[in-house]
Design a protein. Structure first.
Length: 200
């Protein structure tokens, strides 16, 4: 059985793909098969759009105040499924819809994509994890190299103009000095920073 949906703290999470162009040093996938006590989030195969919608139908969406795209992969790696699923959620419930993303959708999909997602998400949470390209690559290890840092920031700036709420995040595995540099960077682009606790 594939776990396309899972529940944490009364919120519904969507695990639509295991694909990701990064190999973050702190990635939860390195610690086990699930997240915060969930069942395994490794998918037997890439779910189709139909499989994702079916999982949403079975989840009873009206029970949840927030639905979050966040699993064992980068949601924008399957951008068409992502859009279809978000539209379906919008049609069924007034719940807040959030996406947790590495912000590399433009590089993954070979085009600017933030505008394609307009109206589908209330909150966009983007992984920053480094105050400059070198530090970002050290922590995030993206297959695109340093270009990824600049693409992520570009996506964040576009997202800020499109979505109701955008945040940049770092995980507290980096130094306090680096966190402060990230905070300064976030202030310079006008996007708030959230420091996430490392999940062991």
């Amino acid at each position: 059985m594939m776990n396309i949906t899972y529940v944490l703290d009364g919120k519904l999470y969507l695990n639509i793909t295991n694909k990701c162009p990064c190999a973050c040093t702190f990635c939860i996938r390195k610690n086990g098969d699930g997240a915060y006590g969930s069942d395994s989030l490794w998918l037997e195969h890439q779910p189709s759009e139909e499989e994702v919608i079916k999982a949403l139908e079975e989840a009873d969406l009206k029970k949840y105040k927030e639905v979050i795209f966040c699993g064992f992969g980068e949601p924008t790696s399957e951008i068409e499924i992502l859009k279809s699923a978000a539209r379906f959620i919008r049609s069924e419930t007034d719940a807040t819809i959030r996406i947790n993303t590495n912000g590399l959708s433009d590089l993954i999909n070979g085009r600017e994509t933030a505008q394609e997602l307009k109206g589908l998400f209330d909150v966009v949470s983007i992984s920053l994890n480094g105050s400059d390209a070198k530090e970002y690559c050290r922590v995030t290890q993206p297959k695109f190299g340093e270009e990824a840092f600049y693409s992520m920031l570009s996506f964040a700036k576009q997202a800020k103009e499109i979505f109701p709420k955008v945040i940049l995040t770092v995980v507290d595995v980096i130094s306090k000095e680096e966190i402060e540099k990230c905070r300064e960077l976030c202030e310079s682009v006008g996007i708030p920073l959230r420091v996430r606790e490392y999940a062991d």
